[in-house]
Design a protein around this ligand. Sequence first.
Ligand SMILES: *Cc1c(COP(=O)(O)O)cnc(C)c1O
Length: 434
Amino acid sequence: MENGNGLKIMENGLNLKLQNGTHWGFRGNRDLDTPPEITIRGVLGMLKDTLEPADPRPTIPLGHGDPSCFPSFRTAEVAEKAVADALHSANFNSYAPTAGLPSARRAVAEHLSVDLPYKLSVDDVYITIGCTQAIEVALSVLARPGANILLPRPGFPVYEARAAYSHLEIRFFDLLPEKGWDVDLDAIEDLADENTVAMVIINPGNPCGNVFTYQHLEKVAETARKLGFLVISDEVYHHLTFGSKPFVPMGVFGDIVPVLTLGSISKRWIVPGWRVGWLVINDPSGILKKTRIVDCIKGYLNISADPATFIQGALPQILEKTKEDFFQKIINMLKNTSDICDQRLKEIDCITCPHKAEGSMFVMVKMNLGLLEDIKDDMDFCFKLAKEESVIVLPGVVVGLKNWLRITFAIDPCFLEDGLGRLKAFCHRHSKHE
Ligand SMILES: *Cc1c(COP(=O)(O)O)cnc(C)c1O
């Protein structure tokens, strides 16, 4: 059956049926003692306010994934030139079409098609204000009364907040640390029902730094197909991998299940301030064409703000002209800093790292509260660490895992060594001494 704002997929084994339900409420099942307004930016802001102004040492930011302020992480020169040229050309001073400049859409389609067994078309790509707006668009167009969405835990809190705003019921599935943070696929079968519209994966992972294998992604696709929902694949860290597993885009399995791929240049080019990203429909079998999802996306973008036109104008040059040596330099740097992080953390007794980072800019580590004397939980740990050592680390509760920590290693190696040294000193000082 089809409801008023109509979205129905019952083709090729997919059953994305949405009925007029009665449930409009936010029913996340995160810990009850975690206020829903807790966000990464909110907590990092509070931690910054805790810093001791009298500490002469520099603050070490291990909390957020934005290394753009470090000279060693400066973006590619061709990317800067592309933006300058676009601006000086005076060709990009107008409003852009709401779906994005055709040249930018084509460039993204070509850029992403390189890794796919089929070719994306211009019409499959929508240009957004970073990956953040792509998340907003995807969740907004899928929200219907009674619908639910499956989100990873730990995860990226923007999904939760955005789902809550859209009255999309949230159901969490676990990522399993003992299995390299793979998706708990058995749990998905129990969580999903006929009102499940999508599941979200983030690959390479934030906050876990994991990378999904081809085989695992194929199982995710088959599970989604069997249960009848879409996969939303957040690939904002696409190609930022430095372990043994290569990056595989979820769109490779677009013939098994339709995939909405979300991405941006923010992380790979280290320009999160440029605010340009994309939402891409990977649907080689044309299943979504028979639904109103595409119209909903277009309609939503018609009433939304767009990325600055000159940034869109620069996108083809940025995607086509950035050389492999720039990417390799960034990967080498992340590999080096993730190694440093892994080694230094091994020296700290009250912290264990179940799975070394293989991608993105983060690693999740578990606190052993039993070894600490006067630390109540992860929040308490991070606030005291900020005050005493001027080191900022994100409490795990913010990403859905209480008494864990998310550490970013995407900073200059000297700062990282300094920060992890201070973390070690802090843990030592607060350890129980028999
Ligand atoms: C940083 C990040 C985003 C947001 O990307 P922008 O392009 O800066 O909007 C989305 N998803 C994840 C998992 C991220 O880490």
